[in-house]
Design a protein. Structure first.
Length: 228
């Protein structure tokens, strides 16, 4: 008669994993663009192209408006686990980081960096999501600084140290709108978005994404003054 060997061994439950991969080198917030071989000339038609884009993006505007409210409300309590435990909770990371990722994709589509309609999703390719032409990857650090989590004070200090970035970004935003007035020409005539356009427009979007991620506490590293 076989002896009872006791209950089968059950592996201990694994802790929840961060929703993003750890980036190797560089700043912990990365925005990358996959340049298509050709761009759709329809979107480059003056006035008409941007008008149609603005209309078909209405569902995104509505969702992002609601998500921004949810993010602002969540930030009222997200400081608590950071201050007490030194960790940004995964649900907050998913909500705040996902909203930033979503916003960046919509901006890139609106300004013509991609012709692929943005997905209704928080996720990135690193999480098993399909490879969209605009990717935002945010490193989940092992620890977060408690300094930035102090109520009011942490946010106030962040806003002060970010003043140089906010000044530069206000100028760059104006430049992007001016650049957009001429970028349609090469797209309309030869279906190519010029490299300098990717540097100016894509770089400004990347810059603002990093500043927002720092402001919202997804990273403690001060954002670089760089398009790259």
């Amino acid at each position: 008669m076989a002896l009872d060997s006791g209950p089968a061994y059950t592996a201990p439950p694994q802790p929840p994993q961060p929703p993003e991969e750890v980036l190797v080198g560089g700043y912990p917030v990365q925005v990358t663009y996959t340049r298509p071989e050709f761009h759709n000339q329809f979107w480059a038609i003056p006035i008409l192209g941007i008008l149609v884009k603005a209309i078909i993006l209405i569902p995104h505007w509505i969702v992002l408006y609601i998500l921004q409210i949810a993010v602002r409300l969540s930030l009222l309590i997200l400081w608590i686990p950071v201050l007490l435990g030194g960790r940004y909770p995964l649900w907050g990371y998913a909500l705040v980081g996902g909203t930033i990722r979503w916003t960046t994709r919509v901006q890139a589509y609106l300004f013509g960096l991609t012709d692929e309609y943005p997905p209704f999703s928080f996720h990135s390719a690193a999480e098993g999501f399909r490879e969209y032409q605009v990717q935002v990857r945010i490193e989940y650090p092992p620890h977060h600084s408690r300094l930035w989590a102090f109520p009011v004070l942490g946010l106030l200090v962040k806003l002060i140290v970010l003043i140089p970035h906010l000044v530069v970004l206000s100028v760059l935003s104006s430049v992007v709108y001016v650049v957009a007035l001429v970028l349609w020409i090469p797209v309309l005539f030869n279906r190519h978005y010029p490299e300098w356009g990717y540097q100016a427009v894509g770089g400004t979007i990347r810059w603002s994404t990093r500043v927002l991620a720092f402001l919202d506490g997804l990273t403690d590293r001060y954002p670089p003054f760089s398009f790259d």
